[in-house]
Design a protein around this ligand. Structure first.
Ligand code: HXC
Ligand code: NAP
Length: 287
């Protein structure tokens, strides 16, 4: 899977990627660097960030700044903005990608377990958005927010209820500010990915033996999981000026997964051809 945008798409642009040291955030950061961006990766774990920053620089030759920041702490976000401006001057875009998640029957959760996920997913994204938005508005500077949600942001989903509530909130935030802050030339969009294998997601959503019992690719009509570059292509496009007229949109990239599982009769794909043959024959007889 090749990159799709011209190599200078982000020349002179600075993008902050939350959760940029691992998984999808790291893959998207890599592609942004290949397209000429200066990328600031941020998350809680300093060692992970520093290792990823070195790797990303070695692989792309691009300029990466690693700044530890817990997005649940507003003062740490203010420090992130300070450090970014000192190094690069202007911030052009933010990829709100950091999240926390795990599977559990809801009745087994403690109230603290609910808080821990919603605080990262919704409050963290809200804090980042508020701090950066105030900065852009004060400086009369345009900007772009791209928020990573999930398809269960609108369907809901059992067993990941705190994450579903948090992501639904992020989707509402995206759509609300797309309208409210358009007057400041600040765009807000979201991406809803289906299954894209990462250590972070797989270890928490398919722990232990579950990884051998549930194959996420089987739920997808295209019968495969996503490739990181496919997501990176979409994210880079939405963050770029090529998408200047896209605002308030959520784009699904899931191989048709959520539609298939929402369709009342989609499970009929489990019926073998021979059964369909028999049904057709019996219909022929009766008509
Ligand atoms: C039930 C759990 C739990 C679990 C933690 N808790 N794990 N409850 N089941 N598996 C509870 C604890 O008992 C505790 O409550 C509270 O949550 C806080 O736990 P800590 O371990 O102290 O939290 P912390 O160290 O801050 O870690 C946060 C975390 C962790 C969210 C639990 O997993 C994390 O750091 N995640 C970041 C990365 C991540 O989650 N990536 C996956 C994103 S994937 P009590 O009451 O006992 O104190 C994703 C994909 C979506 O979003 C869609 C896929 C298709
Ligand atoms: P991941 O590697 O675990 O990414 C989550 C990142 O968030 C980590 O880098 C983590 O770093 C960071 N983070 C967590 N809490 C934070 C906090 N309080 N402050 C700052 N950073 C924090 O998992 P992933 O699969 O790449 O997920 C990335 C995004 O894609 C998430 O929004 C997820 O919901 C979404 N998504 C993933 C899939 C998939 O199939 N993988 C599908 C749909 C949506 P630290 O631990 O160092 O803080």
């Amino acid at each position: 899977m090749a990159g799709m945008l011209p190599p200078t798409t982000f020349k002179g642009k600075t993008i902050i990627v939350t959760g940029g040291g691992t998984g999808l955030g790291k893959s998207i950061s890599k592609y942004l660097l290949q397209l000429g961006a200066q990328v600031v990766i941020t998350s809680r774990k300093k060692e992970v960030l520093e290792k990823s920053s070195t790797e990303l620089h070695t692989e792309t030759g691009g300029t990466v700044l690693a700044v530890p920041c817990d997005i649940r702490k507003y003062n740490e976000i203010e420090n992130l903005i300070d450090q970014t401006e000192k190094k690069f001057g202007t911030i052009h875009g933010v990829l709100n990608n950091a999240a926390g998640n795990f599977i559990s029957p809801t009745e087994r959760l403690s109230h603290r377990a609910f808080d821990i996920v919603v605080d990262i997913v919704l409050k963290g994204t809200y804090y980042m958005t508020l701090a950066i938005g105030k900065n852009w508005i004060a400086k009369k500077q345009p900007g772009i927010f791209l928020n990573i949600v999930t398809t269960y942001a609108w369907t809901g989903s059992g067993y990941v209820v705190p994450s579903a509530c948090g992501k639904a909130g992020v989707l509402a935030l995206t759509r609300s500010l797309a309208v409210e802050w358009a007057k400041y030339n600040i765009r807000s969009n979201a991406i809803a990915p289906g299954p894209f294998p990462t250590e972070g997601a797989w270890s928490r959503l398919l722990p232990g033996e579950l990884v051998n019992q549930f194959n996420p690719a089987q739920r997808v009509p295209l019968k495969r999981v996503g490739e990181h570059q496919e997501l990176a292509n979409l994210a880079a496009y939405l963050l770029s000026d090529y998408a200047a007229y896209i605002n308030g949109e959520v784009i699904t990239i899931d191989g048709g997964e959520w539609l298939r599982n929402g369709g009342e009769f989609s499970h009929l794909e489990e019926i073998p051809e021979t059964t369909w043959d028999e049904l057709e024959k019996s219909r022929g007889k009766s008509s």
